[in-house]
Ligand binder design. Structure first.
Ligand code: SF4
Ligand code: SF4
Length: 95
């Protein structure tokens, strides 16, 4: 419990985002415990995974799914759940 004698200015500042677009600098993928891997043999490049990824972490080049931006992928598994071809598998991080 906090000290009732303390005022808000007595506590240290929390996470301060002091410039626009700074989310690019935070490697949110560091939190991940599982990572997606794609089987390109099964993938039909429908890009459903790109549509559903909440972290803009599915990489697309020339209309084809080419992998993941692991620096920001949090490993939520939505891409794997939504892939119609079950081409994405979630693997334990570090294995
Ligand atoms: S949803 Fe599945 S099949 Fe579609 S592009 Fe992504 S990995 Fe490939
Ligand atoms: S696991 Fe989640 S954050 Fe990572 S690529 Fe798939 S949908 Fe995006």
């Amino acid at each position: 419990m906090g000290d009732p004698q303390k005022k808000s200015k007595d506590y240290p500042e929390g996470g301060v985002i002091d410039e626009a677009g700074s989310a690019r600098k935070y490697k949110t993928g560091d939190w991940r415990s599982q990572k997606p891997e794609v089987d390109k043999e099964k993938c039909i490049n429908c890009l459903w995974c790109w549509v559903y990824c909440p972290d803009n972490s599915v990489l697309v080049e020339e209309g084809k799914m080419v992998g993941f931006r692991y620096s920001h992928c949090k490993g939520c598994g939505i891409c794997a759940a939504e892939c119609p071809k079950k081409a994405i598998t979630m693997k334990k991080e570090g294995n």
